[in-house]
Design a binder for this molecule. Structure first.
Ligand code: KIV
Length: 259
C-alpha cells in the first residue's frame, strides 16, 4: 500500500529533484529528516560501519536494528530499508522477511537490488501491498571484485534498461540507478514514468542519493561521484587531540564539569 508520502514522491517525476541520503542511526536521521525526502537505511552499513568486505555479509538483524534506531529520528521523510543479500531469494522468503522488517521498524518501504532476475519477487511483494524501491546498474550485493561503472557495452545497457522498465511495470515507486554512464541514466529516466534516484548516475535522474558518511568526509572512500561537503574526520581529529591534551594537562574536568 503506497502511503501519501510515497504518492507525493511519484508526482515529483520531472519536477523538483528528490533529495535522499543514507542513515544508520537516530542521531544522523534526526538531522537528515529536516532536509531529505527519503532516508535510506542502506546495507552499505556493512562496509561503512562494520568494515565488511562486501554488503553480502549484512544480516536481516543488523538492518532491523539500525532501522529501528533511524526510525526514532524520522518524522517527515520516507524511510526506506534495504533488504540484505539472500533474504529475498524467492517469493515466500522475501515476503516473510519483508513483513518482519516492516513490522519491527515501521519503515515506509523496502529496497531490493536487481531487475529481471528478481522481478517475480518484486511483483509479489507489491501485490501483497509492500511498497518497493528498485535498484539497477551497479548492484553491490551481486558484484564480485572492484566496483566499476556500468553501461560500457550495448548488451549491458540493454539489460539495465530492461531491468528498469520491468521494475516500473510491476509497480515500484522509484528506482535507484547506481554508477552508470550518463546517457544510459538519461535514457532510463526518460523511458519510465516513476522517479529515478541517481548515485554516480548524472543529473538526468529525478533525484540524488549519497552515503552520508561519504558526503561528510567521514569515510576514506573517494570515487568521482562523491562530493565531500565537509571534512568531519579533521574536526574529530582536532577535537580528540584537544581532549587528549586537556586530560594529560589536567585541564579536564574543570570545576564546571564536577559535582
Ligand atoms: O546501501 C546503500 O547505501 C545504497 C545506496 C548507495 C543507494 O544502496
Amino acid at each position: 500500500m503506497k502511503n501519501k508520502k510515497i504518492r507525493e514522491i511519484i508526482k515529483r517525476k520531472n519536477k523538483i529533484p528528490i533529495v535522499c541520503l543514507t542513515a544508520y542511526s537516530k542521531t544522523i536521521a534526526k538531522i537528515l529528516d529536516k532536509y531529505c525526502d527519503i532516508v535510506l537505511v542502506g546495507d552499505s552499513l556493512g562496509m561503512v560501519l562494520y568494515g565488511m568486505k562486501s554488503t553480502r555479509e549484512v544480516t536481516l538483524d543488523m538492518m532491523i536494528s539500525h532501522a529501528k534506531s533511524v526510525k526514532k529520528g524520522i518524522s517527515k521523510s520516507i524511510l526506506v530499508v534495504d533488504m540484505p543479500h539472500q533474504t529475498y531469494r524467492n517469493k515466500k522468503e522475501a515476503y516473510k522477511n519483508a513483513k518482519k522488517i516492516i513490522k519491527s521498524t515501521k519503515c515506509d518501504a523496502l529496497k531490493l537490488e536487481g531487475g529481471k532476475k528478481i522481478i517475480n519477487v518484486v511483483k509479489y511483494l507489491i501485490k501483497k501491498k509492500i511498497p518497493v524501491m528498485g535498484h539497477v546498474g551497479l548492484l553491490p550485493q551481486s558484484e564480485r571484485g572492484k566496483f566499476k561503472f556500468k553501461g560500457r557495452s550495448l548488451f549491458e545497457r540493454k539489460r539495465i534498461i530492461e531491468d528498469a522498465r520491468l521494475l516500473s511495470n510491476v509497480g515500484v515507486f522509484a528506482i535507484v540507478i547506481e554508477c552508470v554512464e550518463e546517457s544510459l541514466a538519461e535514457i532510463i529516466s526518460k523511458s519510465i514514468p516513476i522517479p529515478t534516484i541517481g548515485i554516480g548516475a548524472s543529473k538526468h535522474c529525478d533525484g540524488q542519493i549519497l552515503v552520508t558518511d561519504d558526503l561528510l568526509g567521514l569515510s576514506n572512500f573517494t570515487p568521482r561521484f562523491i562530493r565531500k561537503y565537509s571534512n568531519i574526520r579533521r574536526i574529530i581529529n582536532k577535537s580528540v587531540l584537544r581532549f587528549r591534551h586537556d586530560v594529560i594537562n589536567k585541564n579536564f574536568p574543570s570545576r564546571k564539569n564536577i559535582y
